[in-house]
Write a protein that binds this ligand. Sequence first.
Ligand code: CA
Length: 230
Amino acid sequence: MAPTRILIVEDEEAIVDLVRSYLIQEGFQVDVARDGPTSLAKARAFRPDLVVLDIMLPGLDGIEVLRQLRQESSVYVVLLTARAEETDKIVGLAVGADDYVTKPFSPRELVARIKAILRRSRGGEEPSLPLVFRSLRIDPARREVRKDEQRVDLTTREFDLLHALAAYPGRVLTREQIIERVWGPDYFGDDRVVDAHIKDLRRKLGDDASRPRFIQTVRGVGYKFGDEPA
Ligand code: CA
C-alpha cells in the first residue's frame, strides 16, 4: 500500500520540524508549504491524503486556504489554531475542517488525531463495533438501531446519518461534513436535506427537538450527538 501523504502548512519552522519528524517516524510521506498560495499549489501537485493547516499564514490565511481547498477536493484537514482564536475553530469546522488542535499542542496528540481521522475514513477495514449511548444501541455491522431493546426502523440514509453523528459524540458536524459523509462528496443540492432527515430521525428516536437527548442542534453550524445543552 502506498504511504499516506500529509501536507504540513505552517510558517513556524520549529513547528514544521517537530511535526514533520514525528509524521515521518510514523511512516507518512510528508511535504511542507510555508505560506497560503504555496499550500494550494502543493495540494494540487502532491495530492495529500490529509493536510495539517495552520490558520495564521503569510499570503493567505488558513481559513481562506481551506475554503479554496474545499472547492476542489475533499482532502482531510486538521487545523492548527491558537488558543485565543476560539472563533477560528467554529469557522474552520463550518468551512469543512475535519478536526483541529490548539497550540501549543503535543505532536503525539496531533498524530493521534490524524490516525483517528484516517482510521474512520477507512472504516471498512476494521470491525465496526456497536455504539451504545444510554438506551440507544447502533450496530453498524447489522445496520440496526435499538432503543430500549426495541428495533427502530430507519431508512439507509437515516441510519448513515445517525451513525455519522454518533461516531463523534460531543463534536459538532457541519451540514457540509454530514452531506459529504452520508450523501457522498458528489452530492449537489440543498443542505437543508440534512435538516429534513434529522427531523425524521428525531421523530423515530422519540427525541424532542426542544429538549433533545440524542441529536443537538448547534445554531448556525450543524449538529452534534450527545445530551449536553447546545
Ligand atoms: Ca503560523
